[in-house]
Design a protein around this ligand. Structure first.
Ligand SMILES: [Zn+2]
Length: 363
């Protein structure tokens, strides 16, 4: 359940700005600022708040009304999330699709299924994605309230997609709210920018960021915050140790497949040169989050993937996950001098897949 109603403290001011804009009838806002400080999380939280049928005194979502429950299940009919395929994990996962995703049957989210072995997902937002919004905004809302589009990064809109979006921003359908997010405002098309109310989100004061990281239980918080240039969400995700963002995302993409993960995909996608210790650290964070959720806690490192972890719980038994953690710890003990780094990482991924095949929750 994505009932993460807590908003990091440095986002409250921007949230209030969005609420004030909304109260004045603004239909499009563009959240901008450095990467990794929570702009996307803020946009999604504000979307949930705006769709809530019984918000609290501060305008925050109640978490229990029909709209909030639809949002938590990943299938609110009045919310559209537009991201490049490379960021497909940010799309809500409809509850009824979760089983399909985990078991690899047809009917999962197209993007990852079509990626296949080795294929690179697009980093652009293409015109098809924006065109499909016309159908969404052209009909009356399902729940009689707003309809909300969350789109980002806005700089990922290719020219055709940006032009298509422009029409929606120029002649906004009634009861619509567009929330755009950008890490690079100067890379966005000026005509898009000029039609949005700009809301700047600043890098939080270091102490506030540090307090937040410590409250999340992030180890080495001060060091990681420094390495991430003061961006707390980036620090929480920081891979460090030479694992670049593409390689980290590739590994997470493989983990997301769960029991549907194939040996051929592992062989095709694990990069030729891969730092073992950092890969193991990523695997460990994945598993800690899984166990945290299973024990009723919250996601520390993958807060955008609540639905994914809920689905994973259908296939992975906690004791199997703990066994994999043991194996990761053993591998990490010798990770400084592996004979074949790639073979080590591939072997661990195979063990991950096998730990699900053997330990299915419903077996
Ligand atoms: Zn609600």
């Amino acid at each position: 359940m994505t009932t993460d109603s807590s908003l990091a403290p440095w986002l409250h001011a921007a949230h209030a700005t969005l609420a004030a804009l909304r109260a004045r009838g603004a239909h499009a806002a563009l959240l901008h600022g450095p990467a990794g400080i929570g702009k996307w999380e803020l946009a999604m939280a504000f979307a949930r708040d705006a769709l809530c049928e019984t918000p609290d005194a501060h305008g925050r979502a109640c978490g229990t009304c029909p709209s909030c429950r639809l949002g938590a299940a990943g299938n609110h009919p009045d919310l559209r999330v537009v991201v490049p395929d490379a960021l497909a994990f940010r799309r809500p996962v409809p509850a009824e699709a979760q089983d399909d995703e985990v078991t690899g049957r047809d009917g999962g989210e197209g993007a990852e299924g079509e990626r296949g072995a080795g294929a690179k997902a697009s980093r652009e937002i293409k015109i098809e994605a924006v065109r499909s919004l016309a159908a969404f905004t052209g009909i009356s809302t399902h729940r009689g309230g707003l309809r909300v589009v969350v789109l980002g990064p806005a700089e990922a809109l290719n020219a055709a997609a940006a032009n298509a979006l422009l029409k929606g921003l120029e002649e906004p359908p009634p009861q619509s709210l567009f929330l755009l997010v950008s890490d690079h405002l100067d890379w966005c098309l000026p005509t898009i920018v000029s039609r949005c109310a700009l809301v700047r989100v600043a890098v939080p004061p270091r102490q506030a960021a540090l307090n937040w990281l410590l409250a999340q239980g992030i180890p080495d918080a001060a060091q990681r915050l420094t390495e991430a240039g003061g961006a707390p969400l980036a620090a929480a995700r920081e891979e460090g140790d030479g694992l670049d963002a593409d390689a980290a995302e590739t590994l997470r993409g493989l983990l997301r497949l769960g029991p549907a993960l194939q040996a051929a995909q592992i062989a095709a996608q694990v990069p030729r040169t891969i730092p073992v210790a950092a890969s193991i650290a990523l695997f460990q964070r994945w598993t800690w989050d899984f166990l945290s959720v299973r024990l009723g806690g919250h996601l520390r490192y993958h807060s955008e993937e609540a639905a994914r972890f809920a689905a994973l719980a259908q296939a992975w038994r906690p004791d199997a996950a703990v066994s994999w953690l043991d194996r990761l710890r053993d591998a990490r003990a010798v990770a400084d001098h592996p004979l074949n780094a790639r073979a080590v990482v591939e072997g661990l991924l195979l063990a991950y897949r096998n730990s699900m095949a053997e330990g299915r929750a419903d077996a």
